[in-house]
Design a protein around this ligand. Sequence first.
Ligand code: ATP
Length: 466
Amino acid sequence: MYPLSEIKNLSSLHNQEIVRVRGRVFSKRDCGRVFFLILRDGIDTLQVVLVKNKEGTPIHLSLEDCNVLRRIENESFIEVIGQIHCSEKAILACSQQSIELAIMNYTVLSRSVLDLPITLKETALIEDKKAENQVFSPVQYVKRLDNRVLDLRTDLSQAIFRINDGMLFYIQQYLRGHGFVEIKTPKLIGGASEGGTDVFKVDYFGKPACLAQSPQLYKQMAIIGDFKRVFEVGPLFRAENSDTNRHLTEFIGVDLEMVIDQSYMEVVRLVYQLLVDLFDALNKKYNREIAIIQSFFDVPALTLASELVVVPFPDAVALLKAHGKARGELEDLSTDDEKQLGTIVKEKYHTDLYVITCYPSRVRPFYTMVDPNDGRYSHAYDFMLRGAEILSGAQRIDDYTKLLERVAELGIAPSTIAHYLHAFKYGAPPHAGVGIGLERMLKYFLGLPDVRYSNFFPRDPKRLHP
Ligand code: ATP
């Protein structure tokens, strides 16, 4: 039996070599004496040819096998044994442009149905359509999500989730390289992790419980447990009944927390460097995948300043006011404000990535360190990418008495966070951290129109399937 090869590796083989490959039937074309079939494996495609003699009889296959192949449904999974032929003309329809496979035998491993709810060819042919000056009409996104297994096979999804994997891998590698320990904290908890109302309640053997909105309190408890630098990658749940292009009801949180020496800016600088290095590494490693995504969406390349750009909250308000926005000094930034600020900051500092610091204390959670010199503001910060928040963070209150005072000031019942408060009785080092939304960051890094593109099986207020 011939060894199984992958389509992406075939160009390293020689003319006339015989190989066995597997893939999905992407498309077929019968041109009389030659029958063409495009075989697809992920984002790699190969032209398979079946040549007939003058009488119209296939050279290697029986007439019956030839007819089965001609009629086979697109997306069927097949195995082909064939001989590599170097092609003189570039085969533009395939990723393997310099070789094709002359079929000698084939096996149908799994048949697809005839009527596909979405056609993968439609999404993949965008380049051709552009060239023909036609308007591309993407298959309605809802329909694609309803048929996610097929949608995951498209070039677009294959590219997005390879980059997603690279993103996770790089972040974990970077953080471990900087002394962070990966932890896993409970997602089933007895009280709300962020407070507030956006909580999915569950029945825990007759007792009320909820799904974690954030690992915030637990990662701080890990710091109190004397792990100096910790991070977690895990699912988070928000019962936010808002149908936006940035919110999911379940998303992957990348959270980190660390002991600081003098200032929370140590965390800001570390995370900034992580993101700059991450984006650079992804642009280099996934240039083919990024090109695929750019062929679908017109997204300008990411511009990053050579130095970290920090805009304190009062300056952000001043910038907005100078551009005609009427707003209060301590009012939180709306999505529109963030977008407009993104444009202003880009013009002024030539960067798509910057940090807003010193948020008003009243718009941040109870555990956020209030500025000791001006109680209106806090040691909280957000990172903005292409005019949208991709992560949020702050220095936390680390003193038990101050924490109790703040909880009382905000009218929170201490009994609802008793275990968390209790932990601070035994002394906590000064610490700060961030929470990143993985899908949100991927959306703005790649310029995707919707956060649902970057989650395998997205959950939103209207979607709980597939
Ligand atoms: P937003 O104001 O955008 O709703 P938030 O202030 O509630 O976000 P945090 O609770 O600070 O966000 O969460 C930290 C990060 O987690 C955010 O910066 C974002 O990247 C991500 N995130 C928060 N909520 C969602 C959500 N519903 N869906 C996807 N990602 C989210």
